[in-house]
Design a protein around this ligand. Structure first.
Ligand code: EPU
Length: 305
């Protein structure tokens, strides 16, 4: 059994904590998800190297998870290894106009740090959940800005190759995606932050937060936007126009506040969320001829509709 061998070897070789059959509901903002065969915290660079070697040798699938804020994990769980960046990758520091941070740091901590030091360029990140690594992988942002606007360099660890440093312009950045996704493990990034006026930074942050609070179901478990916005339109608008706002399935519900958010009102399963997503896709296709594409990442095996 490659999984059992990998579990044993990871437990023996990593500094960071290794848990077996860890319920992913504890690690996703939707509070949904069955067990991951391995849940390993990588505290050091040596942990990263060791984990990738063991998983390659044992032929076990793996994926990196940040704060689980854009993730739908199957009720049956994930037969593979979830890798999470720990201690050494949560630190950040500022020197001049450069903020250097491990990919495991919460984006919110970097937004706050920039504000405290009167550095601008990060205000778009107010209220965006997740880690820096997750933000880089999906080019997180809003209409006001995105992480790609401030990236100077990113350090990644490529399986079989080791560390590699990429300049911001060597990375392809798209709408809610980047070429960093799926290619190794993002370890660290240097962000360009420029001195600004603290009062203005605060005002921008307050405006962004107020807008978010007024239009999104903050405080109820969700995975953020369920679908990407189609070119020139808005998924939320289309879902509302299809009459689906407030639709319930089991413990999941299409938010009354923003139709592109599916919330867990308590006890929702991944199947409930997926059922609502399929209903949305069908309804919008039938009504508008538009094929909505999920923004949330799926992990594990899901049944057919
Ligand atoms: N709308 C409706 N009904 C709804 C929701 C929205 O008609 O239920 C309409 C709004 O009135 C507005 C338009 O749709 O005219 C766009 O809505 P909104 O301004 O809320 O922005 P969005 O396009 O739905 C995007 C991002 C959010 C980000 C906000 C603010 C996507 C898929 N979503 O939302 O990102 O917070 O802009 O910048 O790109 C995320 O990616 O997880 C996320 C929350």
């Amino acid at each position: 059994m490659p999984l059992a061998a990998a579990q044993k070897r990871l437990k023996a070789s990593l500094k960071g904590e290794v848990r077996l059959d860890e319920p992913m509901a504890r690690h996703t903002t939707l509070r949904i998800g069955g067990p991951a065969s391995v849940y390993a915290v990588l505290d050091t660079l040596a942990d990263v190297a060791a984990a990738l070697t063991v998983l390659a040798e044992e032929g076990v699938e793996w994926t990196v998870v940040g704060k689980g804020s854009n993730l739908l994990v199957a009720d049956q769980g994930y037969r593979g290894a979830i890798l999470v960046l720990g201690r050494e990758f949560k630190r950040h520091s500022v020197e001049g106009a450069t903020m250097t941070s491990g990919a495991g740091a919460p984006l919110a901590a970097l937004v706050q740090e920039a504000f405290q030091r009167g550095l601008s360029g990060m205000t778009w990140g107010v209220g965006i959940p997740g880690t820096l690594g997750g933000a880089l992988a999906m080019n997180a942002g809003t209409r006001e800005g995105a992480i790609c606007d401030v990236v100077d360099r990113v350090t990644v660890y490529l399986p079989g190759e080791g560390m590699r440093m990429l300049h911001g312009d060597e990375i392809s950045w798209g709408y809610r995606n980047s070429s960093l996704a799926g290619s190794g493990i993002i370890l660290e990034s240097n962000l360009k932050v420029i001195p600004g006026d603290r009062l203005r930074i605060r005002a921008e942050m307050e405006r962004a937060l107020a807008r978010r609070k007024g239009t999104q179901p903050i405080g109820t478990p969700s995975a953020g936007s369920a679908f990407r916005n189609p070119e020139g339109d808005s998924a939320g608008r289309l879902i509302e126009a299809a009459g689906l706002k407030g639709t319930r399935l089991g413990g999941a519900r299409i938010s009354d506040i923003h139709a592109n958010f599916i919330v867990n009102e308590g006890g929702a399963t991944a199947a409930d969320v997926l059922g609502l997503m399929r209903k949305i896709i069908r309804s919008v296709r039938d009504r508008d001829g538009i094929e909505l594409e999920p923004e949330v990442r799926f992990l594990g095996t899901f049944g057919e509709a």
